[in-house]
Design a protein around this ligand. Structure first.
Ligand SMILES: [Fe+2]
Length: 450
């Protein structure tokens, strides 16, 4: 057993210590624990010649959606490729998946993991990474299909079963299958109360169904189990902020912002002050609050600083409008123009799956933000309208994409474009179970004077 992974799949090492260090690292990743990078360092120190260790290093580097981490991913890929020459076929297939990801070919990456799972349904690493990347490239149907397939092939006694249930929960929530999603998520929490992804999936169901009091209680009850969790904790507190936002408890939202999901002094934030998910949480909440006339003081400034430092980095297409929100809200239009230029250059280079996404969707949305900042809401509507249909491919959940829908609505209201307002309200009505008149970001537009 010693040289197998948690599900009995062979690892190309004779060392029980190496296998244990590998399994500990993967388990930490699966559980969204902040110590995963530390566990990986220990694994690489225990056995620098173990190819899967370098493979994990490459995967972890790519998970950050940060251009600055790509060189480390390249190095890890080279090491993994060299060291896996005598390894198992499964390990070599993982190396091929990493190579596709580093090259920016998301479809080939997903297919590579699907190929591994066809042969080895118990490969928990391939499953979890597939779920993650399919989500961030707007493919909920792919997430759900794989979660269902894997669910049928695993058994409850397997390690990682709650993590699988959590993925099934979130995938089906994004597909609008709320009853199935909630049951899976609650089952996961019953088995593993500290599973952040399961807490998150159910939080989404409660958000989409407008069950705000339940949502606050759900997260408050589970919060004591989050010690040692990674930045997903911040996102859960952001979800709690969304419930309070919908109750118009804006002071509570700001308190959560400062003390929980954008606490600049917290160790998690200090380690990665510009992590994509944290930036999305922060910018999207400030944007929502400002639309309601809430004074957010100087909170945009530090986000704008980070945005300037990431100009030209388009690895997370969904984060780009959030960077742009920060730059325009902080009045840094020169930097905002440079960000647009960086996006145009990235799109023109045409490398990888993200290039057409940036060209056709993220860029028009960011140009719309610029036009809005310049007091040209009509132009903003015209720029963003063609991007609406494919917007979900930017990745992010329905709850996260909502801020972009609010952006278009805001431009349409400022421009007094009745057709655009009605089209947007019809769109959100079809995508969200709670009618717009009962949602804070939309109610004013519903009741607008003719
Ligand atoms: Fe979420």
């Amino acid at each position: 057993m010693a040289t197998q992974d948690v599900h009995g799949l062979a690892l190309s090492t004779a060392s029980p210590q190496t296998a244990q260090a590998f399994n500990t690292t993967v388990s930490s990743y699966l559980a969204n624990r902040a110590d995963a990078p530390l566990r990986l360092r220990e694994l690489l120190a225990v056995d620098p010649a173990f190819a899967p260790g370098h493979l994990l290093k490459g995967y972890f580097s790519m998970l950050s959606f940060n251009l600055a981490s790509v060189p480390a991913a390249h190095t890890a890929l080279d090491n993994a490729r060299r060291l896996s020459a005598g390894g198992t076929r499964r390990e070599q297939a993982h190396v091929a998946a990493l190579a596709h990801w580093v090259a920016g070919d998301v479809d080939a990456t997903l297919r590579a993991w699907e190929g591994i799972l066809d042969e080895h349904p118990l490969d928990v690493l391939a499953f979890r990474l597939h779920h993650f990347l399919a989500f961030w490239y707007g493919r909920p149907e792919v997430m759900a299909k794989q979660a269902d397939a894997t669910f049928g092939q695993w058994a409850p006694e397997l390690a990682g079963w709650p993590a699988l249930l959590a993925c099934r929960c979130f995938a089906h929530e994004e597909m609008g299958n709320y009853a199935l999603a909630e049951a899976a998520g609650r089952e996961a929490i019953a088995l593993a109360p500290g599973d952040l992804w399961a807490a998150h999936g159910v939080a989404h169901v409660l958000e989409m169904q407008g069950r705000r009091e339940e949502g606050i209680a759900w997260l408050a009850t589970l919060e004591p189990h989050w010690e040692g969790g990674n930045n997903l904790k911040h996102h859960l507190w952001w979800h709690r902020g969304l419930y309070h936002f919908e109750r118009r408890e804006f002071a509570e939202v700001l308190a959560l912002y400062d003390r929980r999901f954008r606490d600049l002094a917290s160790p998690l934030t200090q380690i990665q002050p510009d992590l994509y998910i944290d930036v999305q949480n922060a910018a999207s909440m400030l944007f929502r609050l400002e639309r309601q006339g809430v004074d957010v003081a100087d909170r945009w400034g530090e986000l704008a600083d980070k945005a300037e430092a990431r100009i030209g980095d388009c690895l997370s297409a969904f984060t780009l409008p959030h960077w742009m929100m920060a730059l325009t809200a902080a009045g840094r239009l020169d930097a905002a123009e440079r960000m647009l230029e960086g996006m145009r250059a990235f799109a023109a280079a045409g490398v990888g799956t993200a290039a057409p996404l940036v060209r056709d969707t993220a860029l028009p949305i960011c140009e719309a933000l610029m036009a809005r900042a310049k007091g040209e809401p009509e132009r903003a509507c015209d720029l963003m309208r063609p991007a609406l249909a494919g917007m979900y491919r930017l990745g992010g959940s329905h709850a996260q994409q909502d801020v972009l829908e609010q952006l278009f609505l805001d431009c349409a209201v400022r421009a007094r474009r009745t057709g655009d307002i009605d089209a947007l309200l019809a769109r959100v009505s079809s995508r969200h179970p709670v009618p717009p008149r009962q949602r804070v970001g939309y109610a004013n537009a519903v009741s607008r004077p003719n």
